[in-house]
Design a protein around this ligand. Structure first.
Ligand SMILES: [Zn+2]
Length: 375
C-alpha cells in the first residue's frame, strides 16, 4: 500500500528556469494541490500601476502598461522583504510595500531603430530588505517593451507591488506547471480517441520508459490508484524552480495550518464567550483561519491576506518564525521523509532541496535565478 511508504522525490532534470522531478508515494490530490499552489499562491513582485508622463511611441499607453506588467522582476526574498500594500500602514506606497521603477528613453539618432527593453528600467525606490530586481545579466536577452525611432520617447513611472497569481497572472512565478501520471494508461483514466490503431496514433511519452508496460493479458485492477507523478515546473525567472517548489510546499502547509488553527480556536472562543453550542460553527471558521489568529500564531499570520496583526514580522526576515523565513527553516530542511525523499537528487550533487545551498549545484541558491528580467 502506498500509505505505508514515505513520499519520495527524484530530480530528473534541473535547469535555471525549469525542473523535472518524479514524485512518488503521494496521492493524486496532493500532487495536484502542489501544482496549484505553485501556480497561484506564491508571492512575487510585478509592476501594478504605470503613470505615463510621455508616450510618443507607436504603442498606446494601455499596451505599454500591459507589457510592463508582464515583465518578471526578481522576487527571491520578497515574501519576507516586502509587504502587501493592503497590509502596510502607509497611505499610498512606501519603501516597505512598493518598488518604484522609472523608464525614460528617447531616440535622437537619425535612421536608427532603438529598442526599449527591461534593461532601461531604473529603480527609484527600493526597500533595503529587497535584494534586487535583476537586469543586465550576461548572456540573457532583455525583454523588449517597444521600438522607437528618432523623435519618439517614452517616459513612465512604474509602481511594482507584491501579489499572488490569484489576483492577476502577472504575479505567477511559473510559466507552466504540469504533471503526468500512469503513462501507459494502466488505470484507464484516459479514453483515447483513435481512427484505426490506438497505439500508433497515441505515442507514449518519455515517462513511459520508466514504468512497466501493460501486458496484453493483464487483469485490470479496479482498486489501483496513481502514486507516481512526473512533475514539470517551468518558471518565468522571477523565482528559481527550486524556490517555487519549496515555497509552494510552504504555502500548502501554511494553508493547512491555518485550517487547523481555525478549527482549534473557534470552539474555545465560543466557549469563552459563554456560547452554549457544543459543536463548532462551520460558518465561523474561515474568519478565524484567515484573519491572522492572535494567540500563539507565531509566523502564520504573515502570509494571510488581511493579516494586519502580523506586522512584527515585516522587514525582519529572521524574526518571521519558522514558516516565513527561509534562511532558518529547519522544518523544511528536515521533513520526516527527507532522508529518502528530498535528498536523493541524482543530477545536482548533494542534498539539493535544502533551503541553504550546500554548494554551487543550484538548489536553494539565489544566484542562478536572478535573471528575472529576461526570461
Ligand atoms: Zn507602505
Amino acid at each position: 500500500m502506498s500509505q505505508e511508504k514515505d513520499p519520495h522525490v527524484r530530480i530528473q532534470e534541473l535547469k535555471k528556469d525549469k525542473v523535472k522531478f518524479v514524485l512518488e508515494n503521494v496521492d493524486l490530490a496532493l500532487a495536484n494541490s502542489i501544482r496549484r499552489v505553485m501556480m497561484a499562491d506564491i508571492p512575487t513582485i510585478a509592476i501594478d500601476m504605470v503613470e505615463i508622463e510621455s508616450n510618443t511611441t507607436v504603442l498606446p499607453d494601455e499596451f505599454i502598461a500591459h507589457r510592463l506588467g508582464q515583465i518578471p522582476l526578481v522576487s527571491t526574498n520578497c515574501d519576507e522583504a516586502i509587504r502587501y500594500t493592503r497590509d502596510c500602514t502607509c497611505m499610498d506606497g512606501c519603501k516597505y510595500c512598493t518598488v518604484i521603477l522609472n523608464l525614460n528613453v528617447a531616440c535622437n539618432e537619425e535612421g536608427k531603430t532603438m529598442m526599449i527593453t527591461s534593461n532601461h528600467l531604473e529603480v527609484a525606490l527600493w526597500g533595503e530588505e529587497v535584494d534586487q530586481i535583476g537586469k543586465d545579466e550576461i548572456g540573457v536577452e532583455p525583454i523588449l517593451i517597444t521600438k522607437i525611432r528618432k523623435g519618439m520617447e517614452l517616459k513612465v513611472r512604474c509602481v511594482a507591488k507584491k501579489g499572488i497569481a490569484k489576483e492577476h497572472a502577472k504575479w505567477s512565478p511559473c510559466s507552466a506547471v504540469g504533471f503526468e501520471y500512469d503513462p501507459h494508461n494502466r488505470l484507464r483514466h484516459t479514453t483515447y480517441w483513435f481512427e484505426s490503431d490506438e497505439r500508433a496514433e497515441w505515442p507514449l511519452s518519455d515517462n513511459a520508459q520508466l514504468e512497466e508496460p501493460v501486458k496484453e493479458d493483464e487483469p485490470f485492477d479496479y482498486n489501483a490508484k496513481p502514486t507516481r507523478f512526473y512533475m514539470d515546473v517551468e518558471t518565468d525567472g522571477s523565482l528559481g524552480p527550486q524556490e517555487v517548489v519549496l515555497k509552494g510546499l510552504q504555502e500548502l502547509q501554511t494553508k493547512l495550518a491555518n485550517l487547523v488553527l481555525g478549527l482549534k480556536q473557534e470552539p474555545e472562543a465560543e466557549m469563552a464567550t459563554g456560547a452554549d453550542q457544543s459543536l463548532p460553527q462551520t460558518n465561523g471558521h474561515p474568519t478565524a483561519g484567515w484573519g491572522a489568529p492572535a494567540a500563539g500564531a507565531g509566523g502564520w499570520g504573515q502570509t494571510s491576506p488581511n493579516g494586519t496583526g502580523a506586522g512584527a514580522g515585516w522587514g525582519s526576515p529572521v524574526a518571521a518564525g519558522a514558516w516565513g523565513g527561509s534562511p532558518g527553516t529547519s522544518n523544511w530542511s528536515a521533513p520526516p521523509a527527507a532522508p529518502t525523499g528530498w535528498g536523493t537528487s541524482p543530477a545536482p550533487a548533494g542534498s539539493g532541496w535544502s533551503p541553504r545551498p550546500p554548494g554551487s549545484a543550484g538548489w536553494g541558491g539565489s544566484s542562478p535565478q536572478q535573471a528575472g528580467w529576461n526570461v
